[in-house]
Ligand binder design. Structure first.
Ligand SMILES: [Zn+2]
Length: 88
C-alpha cells in the first residue's frame, strides 16, 4: 500500500507529465516573441514588436492581431512537423 504522502507525490508527478504533453508553440525553440525596441534617432531606428513561428507557420500582424489569432497560432504546434521542444 502506498502511504498518503506517496500518493500525493504520484499525483503531482502525473499532473506534471500531463502538462508537458500539451504541445504549444510556447514550448517550441522556433517560437519568437519580441517586444521591439524604441527608435533612438532617425539614423538608428528601433524594431517593431514581433510574435511568430520562426519556421513561418504563423505570424501575428502587429496592427490587427486578436487574442484568437494568438491562441490559434499557439495551438498549431500540435500538428506542426517543425515543432522542437525548447530547452529553456
Ligand atoms: Zn512553429
Amino acid at each position: 500500500m502506498l502511504t498518503e504522502q506517496q500518493q500525493t507525490v504520484m499525483l503531482k508527478k502525473s499532473k506534471e507529465e500531463a502538462l508537458k504533453m500539451v504541445t504549444l508553440c510556447l514550448w517550441c525553440k522556433h517560437f519568437l516573441l519580441s517586444f521591439g525596441t524604441d527608435d533612438y534617432s532617425e539614423l538608428t531606428p528601433g524594431n517593431p514588436p514581433e510574435c511568430q513561428c520562426y519556421k513561418g507557420h504563423w505570424c501575428l500582424d502587429r496592427y490587427s492581431f486578436t487574442m484568437k489569432d494568438y491562441r490559434i497560432g499557439m495551438l498549431k504546434a500540435q500538428t506542426c512537423l517543425d515543432f522542437e521542444r525548447s530547452d529553456e
